[in-house]
Design a protein around this ligand. Structure first.
Ligand code: ME8
Length: 644
């Protein structure tokens, strides 16, 4: 049996899990379940990254010891994954003593190889990313990756001879062009390595929350140094499957890492270099996915707009949430969460397309055939429909193998539409009136077959829904059935249906509260219907807070849609400055770009610039929204006039 290994990132315990963590872990679980359907044995590792300065500081801020703090947050991650049906085989914690010993063994082995030497690290450090930077990478003391302030450090450190591996890394990227996905991220990695690698500081001394250096490396200083948290965390990928005693090479030789784009450098540069030093095989695949925002705005604790996955799941259900995350965004690209988009998906894709088809099948099978269906004539009566099934199943499998679940789901939905439209076209109720019982049975068997195939394919994405649909047809979801009914596209010829309650009732209004009203009204892209003002609890602010805002009148010079975005308009706005500003606003559903040119709008002019869909947005256009829609605020004053 083919074996493979999948890892999620080992998440920091400085804060509770959010939608981004849920997304990555659900993608890992989806891949595991899909490979299992293909008959593979798959081991999935997830866990928590519990050492380092960031965790030490967070624990202190919560008045707890780092261990107690890590224990409580790590437990939250674990229980969330259990709740989310994540089928992990090991939940590793970097504070597990077995892991710590493995990390020390790895350090020792690289040291013995001559790849580690002692020196002084002097440079910039971002505690939030736990990442080192050189002078050239840092502007205004800000981290080039996350934008938070960096600190400068000068301390004794052990260095890993990363530069020694530059050439071998470049050769590896060249020889294995399909390891790092997506391609444009691979190119960024190659450019980074080509620009020259500097040796990496892999121990810290200024604090103590970490794995100590192995005994005997540096007898006077052993107790002063702790392992750099990224070395510690990356090693968990091998310590989780036996490294130190006996690494499970049967798994490791087919390893897939799934990560967010923020940590690709660690996985595609440092990690393979460590593995080269340890003389271990390199990963087969490193998939880097995009970034989730909420209503077009970057999520952050300080703004208070972080999506809590548990809250979404409790309000809308885990299955719908899993579907939304995997359907809404092409893997590798950035995605946006909004309740509106989630509700649209539930009502149209889940309630209408799947829920209705299953209900109609059960209803008609009950009414006309007492739930027992049988027909060997599906092909004879419905050759056109049957001919469309195999290519759709083929495209589904290709998209899943290419890690494009959103395309795979589109193909699956074509199959559902085929079933729904067959009912509309052939009108079984009229066929029954004309005593065409044979062709009606064949039609219902066609629909049963479509639903069985959909259930088998849908299992990695929505395991419970898929199992329920299959249970109606008294089938189980397993690799034999996947091979039989999806890969071979065999048809069942009879079935006695077991009815279940309707799936996915329609959602009429948002079930979760939105971020704080202050954020909602400022957010230029929030479109979910907010509660009426009378029911809102306003957060009061002092005049000094209001004065921090620089509000200006702007005149729209140009406006156009952002390609591939349903929401964003791209504006060029005159604010009375030397050159116009580019501002993006999520109001494409409410205005045609042309009608906005020349309009006088209100702009938050001193908002920190952000990138949306890769485009810089230097400000925010104000609008008001009620049940009937959204309107831009407008003032007939000249460009640049101050609003106070
Ligand atoms: O980086 N959108 O842990 P971490 C999409 N401990 N994904 C997101 C996201 C967002 N807005 N926010 C977080 C670490 N993620 C290290 C990893 S691995 C050996 C050590 C996801 O808790 C995404 O997968 O900061 C990202 O790479 C990961 O969480 C970062 O998790």
């Amino acid at each position: 049996m083919k074996k493979s290994y999948i890892t999620s990132p080992i998440y920091y315990v400085n804060d509770v899990p959010h939608i981004g963590h849920a997304y990555t872990t659900i993608v890992c679980d989806m891949l595991k379940k899909y490979r299992q359907l293909q008959g593979e044995e798959v081991f999935l590792l997830t866990g928590t990254d519990e050492h380092g300065q960031k965790i030490e500081q967070s624990a202190k801020a919560h008045n707890q010891t780092p261990q107690a703090y890590a224990d409580s947050i790590s437990a939250k991650f674990r229980s969330l994954w259990e709740e989310f049906d994540i089928d992990f085989d090991l939940f590793i914690r970097t504070t597990d003593s077995a892991h710590a010993k493995s990390a020390q063994t790895a350090f020792e082995s690289m040291y013995k190889k001559g790849d580690i030497y002692k020196g002084i690290y002097e440079g910039w450090y971002c505690i939030s990313c736990e990442s080192h930077f050189t002078k050239h990478q840092v502007t205004d003391q800000k981290c080039p990756d996350c934008g938070k302030p960096t600190t400068t450090i000068k301390e004794e450190s052990y260095f890993f001879a990363l530069s020694k591996y530059e050439k071998r890394l470049l050769e590896w990227y060249e020889q294995c062009p399909d390891v790092i996905i997506p391609k444009h991220k691979r190119n960024e990695v190659i450019r980074f390595v080509e620009s020259g690698l500097v040796d990496l500081s892999i121990t810290r001394t200024g604090f103590s929350w970490g794995v100590p250096l192995p005994e005997g490396i540096d007898s006077e200083n052993t107790h002063k140094h702790i392992l750099y948290v990224w070395l510690d965390a990356l090693i968990s990928y091998i310590s989780g499957i036996g490294y130190k005693e006996a690494l499970r090479l049967d798994l490791w030789q087919d390893a897939t890492h799934i990560v967010g784009k923020d940590i690709l450098r660690f996985h595609a540069v440092y990690w393979p270099a460590f593995l080269m030093s340890l003389e271990l095989p390199l990963p087969r695949k490193i998939y880097a996915h995009g970034w989730w925002t909420r209503d077009g705005v970057k999520m952050s604790k300080s703004i208070g707009n972080v999506v809590n996955p548990q809250e979404v799941a409790q309000s809308y259900g885990i299955e719908a949430f899993r579907y939304f995350l995997l359907r809404e965004v092409p893997f590798g690209q950035d995605g946006d969460f909004s309740q509106r988009a989630l509700i649209e998906r539930i009502n149209s894709d889940l309630s209408n397309d799947i829920g209705n088809l299953l209900n109609r099948l059960i209803g008609m099978a009950q009414k006309y055939f007492d739930l027992t269906l049988s027909s060997a004539d599906i092909q004879r009566f419905y050759p056109q429909e049957v001919a469309k099934i195999a290519p759709l199943l083929q495209k589904f499998q290709t998209a899943m193998n290419d890690m494009q679940p959103h395309i795979a789901l589109e193909e699956l939905w074509q199959l559902l539409r085929l079933g729904n439209s067959a009912i509309s076209i052939y009108e079984p109720w009229n066929m029954m009136k004309q005593d065409k019982s044979e062709s009606t049975q064949a039609l219902l068997m066609l629909i049963s077959n479509i639903l069985l195939k959909v259930a088998l394919c849908l299992y990695p994405i929505m395991p419970k829904t898929a199992t329920s649909i299959a249970s109606v047809l008294q089938c189980t979801i397993d690799s034999q059935n996947f091979e039989h009914y999806v890969v071979q596209n065999t048809f069942i010829e009879s079935s006695t249906l077991k009815p279940i309650p309707p799936l996915f009732p329609r959602i009429e209004s948002p079930l979760m509260s939105e971020p704080s009203p202050a954020q909602t009204s400022l957010s230029n892209t929030s479109k979910d219907s907010s509660p009426a003002p009378s029911t809102q609890t306003f957060q009061t602010i002092g005049i000094e807070d209001f004065q921090k805002l620089d509000l200006r009148v702007g005149v729209v010079l140009e406006c156009q849609r952002v390609p591939k975005s349903e929401k964003l308009l791209q504006f060029l706005i005159d604010l009375g400055e030397s050159k116009p500003r580019q501002i993006l606003s999520g109001i494409a559903k409410y205005y045609n770009p042309d009608e906005l040119v020349g309009k006088h709008v209100c702009v938050v002019a001193n908002l920190k610039p952000v990138k949306l869909m890769g485009l810089l947005s230097e400000g925010m256009i104000l609008s008001a929204q009620d049940d009937e829609g959204l309107a831009l605020l407008s003032v007939a004053k000249k460009a640049g006039s101050k609003i106070s």
